[in-house]
Write a protein that binds this ligand. Structure first.
Ligand code: ADP
Ligand code: MG
Length: 276
């Protein structure tokens, strides 16, 4: 039986939830109260259930916000990474990195290897873990970072831009070495790396061995100083395996060939076993 005072109490409770912007709890309130009555749940259990609904909704919203901010270029996850295709990569190491412990010591992660071996995929997967763990992460590539710093310098927004790149717990800098960089690139990259040094992590991917970075940045001294900071506390993952892209491509062309050509048994061979 619902008395008038109980009805107005209920209304007040809903108003409180709305006033406090606990919209999901407000919406769930009738169902939670019905369930509590039917199941004779304790007051503690009922309040916990109501607030859990709000906490879960808030977590989901915040994660979505962090992922929007993160600017990840693909939906790749570490769970999708095929270790059999890249036997040089230690799954235990990636699992350890996925835990995000490296963030506590501002350790950097360097992924070095030729195109197509999964550097960007691993960087995206690791960044996603960072966001899921509740930290801020931001994905960019070296050319964009340098271009943005250049514009910032021209437009008098240098300090703001440096603060932006200092902010995330993990900053991904993808594709160092792919595109030729302008003259001021070395200095911009150095300043971004230097201000994060020992404070927050960088995940960097490159197709060029560190011995060539002087050439990549067009300045041996700055490259040495940059590497000094980047490598001081770092995990370097050298990927030497085959390109996954080409492997995929190879498999597709093989399939196509098999589908469009007669089987080898029907292809006439010359006496030395060679196809004619
Ligand atoms: P890189 O950045 O080293 O050039 P990518 O990470 O862009 O290479 O990988 C190229 C493509 O191959 C992407 O679509 C990626 O998802 C896929 N790929 C690469 N390595 C693997 C892997 N070990 N398992 C699953 N997919 C992979
Ligand atoms: Mg890449």
């Amino acid at each position: 039986m619902t008395t008038t005072s109980e009805a107005s109490r209920y209304q007040q409770l809903r108003d409180h939830l709305t006033y406090l912007r606990l919209a999901d709890a407000a919406e769930a309130l009738p169902a939670v109260l019905d369930e509590a009555k039917a199941g004779q749940h304790s007051i503690t259990a009922t309040l916990e259930q109501l607030l859990r609904i709000e906490v879960q909704a808030t977590e989901t919203r915040r994660l979505a916000g962090r992922l929007r901010f993160a600017n990840l270029p693909t939906p790749a996850t570490l769970e999708d990474f095929d270790y059999d295709a890249q036997p040089g990569i230690d799954p235990d190491l990636i699992r350890d990195l996925a835990s995000g412990r490296y963030l506590d010591t501002a350790t950097n992660i360097l992924l070095i290897g030729p195109p197509g071996v999964g550097k960007t995929m691993l960087a995206v997967g690791l960044a996603r873990k960072v966001a899921e763990a509740g930290h801020r992460t931001y994905f960019t590539n070296a050319a964009d970072l340098v271009a943005r710093c250049h514009r910032a310098a021209i437009e008098g927004r240098w300090a703001t831009t440096m603060r932006f790149y200092a902010g995330p717990a993990a900053l991904v800098i993808d594709e160092l070495g792919y595109l030729p960089l302008p003259a001021e690139a070395a200095s911009s990259l150095f300043q971004v790396v230097n201000q994060r040094y020992l404070k927050s992590s960088i995940i960097l991917t490159t197709n060029r061995p560190v011995t060539e970075w002087g050439q990549v940045l067009g300045d041996n001294t700055v490259a040495a100083a940059l590497l000094d900071r980047l490598l001081h506390r770092s995990v370097v993952i050298d990927i030497t395996g085959d390109s996954y892209r080409l492997r995929d491509h190879q498999a597709r062309t093989d399939n196509l060939r098999r589908a469009t050509q007669p089987s080898s048994a029907t292809i006439p061979r010359s006496p030395d076993g060679q196809f004619r």
